[in-house]
Every structure is written in C-alpha cells, then in structure tokens.
Design a protein around this ligand. Structure first.
Ligand code: SF4
Ligand code: SF4
Length: 183
C-alpha cells in the first residue's frame, strides 16, 4: 500500500420505508433485468432487492442484497416493529448459508446488488425508476479513498465461492454470465 488517494464515486440508494406500499415493482424489474436473456422472465427469487412484507401491519421493508458470507453469524439480530417480532435475520442483506434469500435460483450462487451492472443504458437504477411511490432515491457523491488492492479481493472472493459451491459449478456460472454479457 503506497498511501495514494484516488477519487471514487459512492453510489447509494436511500430507502424511505414509510413510503413503500409493498407493490414489489422493484423486485419485478430487477429480476427481469438479470434474466438471461435480459427481460425474458420475471422471477423475484432472482432479484437483488426483496421486500419484507407484513400487510396486516402495513409494514414493507425493501432490503438490498449485500455481500456474500461463507459462515453464519454467531450472534443474531431480532427486530420488533409496531409490537411484532420479526424472524432472526429478516432484514439482513447478506447472502448466507443459513437461508435461501439472495441466492440465484438455478445455480444457488449468491446474489448482490450490482447497481444494474453499471449498464451505460441505465441512467438511474431500475428499481428506483420503477418505484412510483418514491420510496427509493438514488444518490451519488465523490470521496477520496486509498488505492484498492482489487485483485487480492477478487482472489479471496472466488476462493470462498469455489469452496462453497465447487469449482465446476462456479465455472458454469461464469460461462453463463459471459454468454449473457455478449448477448
Ligand atoms: S417499488 Fe417502491 S413501493 Fe413498490 S415495493 Fe419496491 S420500494 Fe416498495
Ligand atoms: S440497483 Fe439494479 S441491481 Fe440493484 S436492486 Fe436495484 S434494480 Fe437490482
């Protein structure tokens, strides 16, 4: 690490839980965008955003898929909202071995929000565009950060995925992703 700084764009999506009405349009468009070929199907299990529902209490919480984790947490969180206790891990963003959320339904590989693959044709994240309740707001800011050792990070990520899912399955998924990129 040589301590050099570089500019980085930090992309965030602000979630206003009070404005979410549980329509799940965000799930529909995200899953369609990530289908192969693009927009050929709509399966919320493929979405990188999932809406935790409790219609009787009018509680809807959109949760974005975050980092993959190879091990379960030793401690768990429990949330109580309007007097109702929600399942352990209900609002967690991780793709984790202890539950099915945020796993690609065909391959079982972990899902993570990729900001619509930074597709230049997508001006603003699709989930934000499709949320007509304005529960999701996209924001960008510039920050100075240390130079990243990105290749090391990639090695560690691939190694844990290969451990978890097996090398052949991982290579199949990479081959499918590269076909999808070309198409
Ligand atoms: S599109 Fe907006 S209002 Fe509808 S479920 Fe998603 S976040 Fe909630
Ligand atoms: S930003 Fe794009 S990839 Fe991320 S959840 Fe929204 S639609 Fe899906």
């Amino acid at each position: 690490m040589n301590g050099e700084k570089k500019k980085k764009i930090i992309k965030t999506i602000k979630v206003d839980v009070d404005k979410c009405n549980g329509c799940r349009a965000c799930e529909a468009i995200c899953s369609a965008f990530h289908a192969t070929p693009k927009y050929s199907s709509n399966n919320p299990a493929r979405s990188r955003i999932r809406v935790i529902h409790d219609p009787l209490r009018n509680v809807y919480v959109p949760v974005y898929a975050g980092e993959y984790t190879p091990a379960e947490c030793m401690g768990r969180d429990k949330y109580v909202i309007d007097g109702k206790e929600y399942d352990e891990c209900a609002f967690c963003r991780a793709s984790c071995p202890s539950r099915d959320l945020f796993k690609e339904p065909d391959s079982g590989l972990p899902l993570k929000c990729d900001m619509c693959e930074d597709d230049p044709d997508v001006e603003e994240p699709l989930c934000v565009q499709w949320c007509i309740s304005d529960a999701l707001t996209y924001e960008e800011r510039e920050e100075e950060v240390e130079e990243e050792e990105t290749l090391d990070d990639l090695d560690i990520g691939l190694e844990s995925l290969a451990d978890k899912y097996g090398f052949d399955k991982l290579m199949d998924a990479v081959a499918r992703m590269s076909m999808y990129k070309k198409g």
